[in-house]
Design a protein around this ligand. Structure first.
Ligand SMILES: Cc1cc2nc3c(=O)[nH]c(=O)nc-3n(C[C@H](O)[C@H](O)[C@H](O)COP(=O)(O)OP(=O)(O)OC[C@H]3O[C@@H](n4cnc5c(N)ncnc54)[C@H](O)[C@@H]3O)c2cc1C
Length: 218
C-alpha cells in the first residue's frame, strides 16, 4: 500500500529495528506520489484567517507553523539521504481573479507574515509581469517559502532509502482484506497469499476503490 506515505512510515519503523513489508496492488509509485505537481508548499487548505475565526489565532498559528516545519523537514530529509529530486524553493505566485480576491489575498499575506517562516507579499496588476507573462490576473500574492521538486525522482530516492533500511517492497500484491487474529495480530489477505503482521498501516489513497473488502476500513 505504497507510496510516499507508507514508505516514509516504513523507513522510520525499519530504522527502529522492526521488520517491515510494503504491499502495492500495482507498481509502487504508479499512484499520486509520482504523478503530482511536485509543489512543496506544506500548504494548509483553509486560509489562516478562516482557521483563526473558527478556532482562534493561536491554533491557526500552530497549524501553519507545522506546515513550515514539514517543509523544512523535507529539505533536511533530501539533503541527509542525498536524494537528488531537483528540490528548489522558487516561490509561488497565485494570481488574483478579481479586485476583491486581491484584497483577500493581501489580508491573508498580512496574517501569514505574522507566522514564523512565512514570507508573503503582494504584486499589483501593473507589476505582475515580474512574476507571470499575462495581464489576466488582478495582481496576486507571492509566497517565497514555497517550492517544488520532481516527484518521481523523490519517489525513487525514498524507495532506495527504504529498501536499504530493510523494507521489503512487493508489487502486484493487492490486499483484499485484513482480519484480526485471536493473538492480537492481523492477517493480511492478498491476491497471492496471507501474511501475519503485528501492525498495519493502510495508505491506499483514492485508489482504494470498493472492489475489495479492505476498502471498508476507509
Ligand atoms: C494530479 C495530482 C496533483 C497533485 N499535486 C500535488 C502537489 O503539487 N503537491 C503536493 O504536496 N501534493 C500533490 N498531490 C497530492 C499527493 O500526490 C498525494 O497526497 C500523495 O502522493 C499521496 O501519497 P500516498 O502514498 O498516500 O498515495 P499514492 O501515492 O496514491 O499511493 C497509493 C497506493 O495504494 C495502492 N493501493 C490501492 N489499493 C490497494 C490495495 N487494495 N492493495 C494494495 N495496494 C493498493 C495503489 O496501487 C497506490 O500505489 C497531487 C495529487 C494529484 C492526484
Amino acid at each position: 500500500m505504497v507510496v510516499i506515505l507508507v514508505l516514509h512510515a516504513g523507513l522510520a519503523i525499519a530504522r527502529r529495528g522492526h521488520a517491515v513489508i510494503v504491499l502495492d496492488g500495482g507498481n509502487p509509485g504508479f499512484g499520486a506520489s509520482t504523478r503530482n505537481g511536485g509543489i512543496c508548499s506544506g500548504n494548509v487548505r483553509l486560509p489562516h484567517g478562516l482557521i483563526s475565526k473558527k478556532y482562534g489565532e493561536t491554533f491557526a498559528d500552530e497549524v501553519y507553523a507545522e506546515a513550515i516545519e514539514a517543509r523544512l523537514d523535507l529539505t533536511k530529509f533530501c539533503k541527509e539521504e542525498s536524494i537528488n529530486c531537483e528540490l528548489q524553493m522558487t516561490g509561488r505566485f497565485t494570481g488574483a481573479l478579481s479586485v476583491a480576491n486581491y484584497d483577500a489575498q493581501a489580508y491573508e499575506a498580512e496574517r501569514l507574515n505574522k507566522v514564523k517562516g512565512h514570507k508573503a507579499y503582494m504584486v499589483d496588476r501593473k507589476h505582475q509581469h515580474s512574476e507571470i507573462a499575462t495581464n489576466l490576473f488582478h495582481g496576486g500574492m507571492v509566497r517565497e517559502e514555497i517550492g517544488g521538486f520532481y516527484s518521481a525522482k523523490f519517489f525513487v530516492g525514498l524507495l532506495r532509502c527504504a529498501e536499504k533500511a530493510g523494507v521489503c517492497v512487493f508489487s502486484n500484491t493487492t490486499v483484499i482484506d485484513i482480519n484480526n487474529e485471536l493473538n492480537g495480530k492481523k492477517s493480511i489477505i492478498t491476491k497471492i497469499g496471507t501474511i501475519i503482521s503485528g501492525k498495519v498501516i493502510i495508505a491506499t489513497n483514492a485508489y482504494t476503490g470498493n472492489s475489495y473488502r479492505v476498502g471498508r476500513f476507509l
